[in-house]
Design a protein around this ligand. Structure first.
Ligand SMILES: [Ca+2]
Ligand SMILES: [Ca+2]
Ligand SMILES: [Ca+2]
Ligand SMILES: [Ca+2]
Length: 424
């Protein structure tokens, strides 16, 4: 938070002259905008989907005191909005990316205040072909929401899940002690469906509870993962492909990030193997990157407000894009954009995955090294801590019935229930 306060004060002093904080080349962006092709209202055969935690993209008016711009107000919030717009134009929306092939069609954002701020961001980007998709969430503590800008038409209206999970889940590796509450929902999530070529794709965006290894947060996040896994199973049962993306605030124990961070939770495992049968339904696209590029966030561990690019101590991969296996066959590119200055723009880095639906759709598996040497669970605890089946859902809470022989029946039952209640 010190970093935020310093930034806010600096913005307050510098006001509109703080151009040097912007990481992009403004001239290039204007040029890029004028070159942006006008897309037909249908998904092109090359589709890029991106995610970025834009760190308190608020309007500076009556913002929660946790916001770094609460004190300085609108001038600082406006400055931050400009930085984020510039950051987007310089990364996931940069026409220089592969001749425009990798310009994002669907951008998921975390830490957006509301629909009005989302619209202001879109207007700042200067491209009205991106439509704001927003469903107000339930994080009353921060007021933060997740949101989507999309130039692919959404099917119906975007929605969200308000389901809850009991916590802690049995077999949790989060640690002993209280979960701090009896149940949890996913306060920040969005569910939107798109037709991407011949596939109906459900995009599930989320921002999960912060603090990867803190015990109660870990337990809550596992409950949140159980809720999202329910949604994913329902969508797959409906015949849809699925992309789960966002700030999941947790590490993937099967794919080491650049700093070898290990999760204590099973959040990523649960979101990849959504029916807990030992086979992943979703692939983490990070596996396709070399290990030294696998980081999405900066944490100023030594509190010096400096990001030391020569060290891995302050970086981690806690944002993720998980893609169902059928879609994953079409992945032609994965990029984490590390050009962003995390000390002045956002403490997270933007990320993209690009699909080419005319590129064959086969032989696009992650590198063998990622699959073989790194997809093994890091320790025996991964197998011993398998979540118990039964109870009220696929992942039961501690103390709930462990009627594993009923697991299949319950799975079918929950899938039918999901079909009935999930969305549209
Ligand atoms: Ca506000
Ligand atoms: Ca809000
Ligand atoms: Ca599975
Ligand atoms: Ca530092």
């Amino acid at each position: 938070m010190d970093k935020h306060r310093r930034r806010a004060r600096r913005d307050g002093r510098a006001g509109r002259a703080a151009k040097s904080l912007v990481v992009m080349d403004e001239g290039m962006a204007v040029c890029a905008d004028s070159l942006r092709p006008k897309l037909a209202h249908a998904a092109p055969h090359v589709v890029t989907i991106s995610h970025w935690n834009v760190e308190w993209l608020f309007d500076g008016r009556q913002d929660p005191s946790k916001s770094p711009y609460a004190d300085c107000g609108e001038p600082c919030a406006d400055k931050h909005l400009e930085r984020i717009a510039a950051g987007l134009k310089n990364t996931v929306l940069n026409m220089a990316n592969d001749g425009g092939r990798r310009v994002a069609d669907i951008v998921h954002l975390a830490e957006v205040e509301d629909e009005q701020v989302l619209e202001r961001l879109r207007d700042k980007l200067g491209d009205q072909s991106y439509k704001p998709l927003f469903v107000k969430g339930r994080d009353t503590s921060t007021g933060q929401d997740v949101a989507i800008l999309s130039r692919v038409p959404v099917l119906g209206s975007p929605t969200r899940t308000d389901e809850r999970s009991q916590i802690p889940l049995s077999g949790s590796g989060c640690g002993s002690g209280s979960a701090g509450s009896l149940s949890t929902g996913v306060s920040k999530n969005v569910v939107a469906r798109f037709d991407l070529q011949k596939y109906r794709v459900t995009v599930v965006g989320a921002h999960l509870k912060a603090f990867p290894t803190q015990q109660q947060s870990c337990m809550q996040r596992e409950g949140q993962a159980a809720v999202l896994a329910d949604v994913v199973r329902g969508e797959i049962s409906s015949g849809n492909e699925v992309i789960v993306l966002g700030d999941l605030n947790d590490f993937d124990g099967a794919i080491m990030d650049a700093n070898d961070n290990q999760p204590t939770s099973r959040v990523l495992k649960m979101l990849k193997d959504v029916d807990n049968d030992g086979m992943d339904e979703l692939e983490n696209v990070m596996a396709r990157l070399p290990k030294n590029e696998r980081y999405t966030a900066w944490y100023d561990r030594n509190g010096d407000n400096e990001f030391d690019r020569s060290s891995t101590r302050e970086i981690s991969a806690i944002d993720h894009i998980l893609v169902s296996k059928q879609l994953a066959r079409y992945i032609v590119d994965v990029t984490f954009y590390h050009s962003i200055d995390p000390t002045s723009v956002s403490d997270h880095f933007p990320m993209s995955v690009t699909f080419d639906f005319e590129a064959g759709g086969d032989a696009k598996s992650p590198p063998a090294s990622a699959a073989s040497s790194e997809s093994s669970p890091p320790s025996s605890s991964s197998t011993t801590s398998q979540p118990a089946k039964g109870g009220g859902g696929l992942w039961s809470s501690a103390g709930a019935s462990k009627a594993s022989t009923l697991a299949f029946a319950l799975f079918v039952g929950s899938a039918v229930a999901l079909l009935a209640r999930v969305i549209f």
